[in-house]
Write a new protein. Structure first.
Length: 132
């Protein structure tokens, strides 16, 4: 594994309104790998593509996926359906599984018995740049 990089971490709240002196809050270092990755052996990154999860996930966002995380209703997951990867919101209701897009233009997916469905992991973090 490569050398850990630690980045300055501001412990106070950051105002999106009136500016505050940032140096007052610069207290410690934060390792992004420790912050974003709880279980290194079961975590991987994947780049999102498409618009079905807009505005929560944008095309080009980096997703932090944990394969060991237990999925709960409402979680955003990475799954394979009939050989195709997809990222959707997970919903189990009355024994049925539905995968829900955030973008209302796209239809929900109901997993049927004949579908080859495999849950690959839970999206733990979404990293995007405002400069896309």
């Amino acid at each position: 594994m490569s050398k850990k990089v630690e980045i300055s971490y501001f412990t106070g709240q950051v105002s999106c309104g009136f500016p505050s002196p940032a140096d007052d809050y610069l207290e410690k270092k934060l390792s992004l790998d420790e912050h974003l990755v709880r279980r290194p052996t079961s975590t991987f990154f994947v780049k999102a593509e498409g618009e079905s999860m807009m505005p929560v996930i944008r095309s080009g966002d980096l997703l932090v996926i944990d394969r060991a995380q237990t999925v709960k209703n409402g979680d955003i997951i990475l799954a394979i359906i009939d050989g195709e990867f997809t990222v959707k919101r997970f919903l189990r209701s009355g024994g049925a599984i539905h995968l829900l897009p955030e973008n209302h233009v796209y239809p929900p997916i109901e997993i049927k018995e004949e579908d080859r469905f495999e849950l690959w992991g839970v999206v733990m973090h979404i990293i995007h740049s405002p400069h896309l």
